[in-house]
Design a protein around this ligand. Sequence first.
Ligand code: ITT
Length: 185
Amino acid sequence: MKLNVVTHNPGKVKEFQSKFSEYDVTMVHVNREYDEIQTAYLEEVVDKGIKQLYAEGLRDFVIDDSGLFINALKGFPGVYSAYGQKTVGNKGILKLMEGVEDRSAQFKCCIGCMIGEERIIVTGVCPGFILHEERGDEGFGYDPIFTPNGELSFAEMGMADKNVISHRGIATRMLIDELRKRQLI
Ligand code: ITT
């Protein structure tokens, strides 16, 4: 089957495809807008986004709202991660973290899926740490400054290894389990 991925971010589509190929699902990149409401919760953004796209007539699709939550910055950039990436970027985040001892952070990924009338929302979390410098050139977004285990950054790992432990990898596995339970894939 085909599943539309509504996003501006081709990196997300690639990560979904690598997980869904095994189930004969082809991801189709749909570069289309939906409103991302201002809220502290990724799940609310996804819930509203799904309802809007469904009301506009889109069928069989997934959307993904993700963010990097840094403990020493009280969760910033969090739900503002896309804005943080576009404005200060990784260098700006590293600057904010200069001299900060607590480097702990979490990546979160909330995926919403609508197939037929079935609506599924799942969230995956990946704990880790903010590095002191950018490392690696794979992946996208905050990957060069995040390490899940204090060793390699996500951008040094390559997609397959990242997917095993990442927030999106975890959320995608949860979604696949739900879809299989409901015999949708
Ligand atoms: P959409 O069109 O799907 O919204 P986006 O890239 O703007 O694409 P989000 O609104 O979910 O995505 O914003 C999340 C931000 O966090 C964005 O800047 C991403 O680059 C970054 N991000 C999300 N997942 C990431 C990952 O796995 N690795 C690195 N950065 C990530």
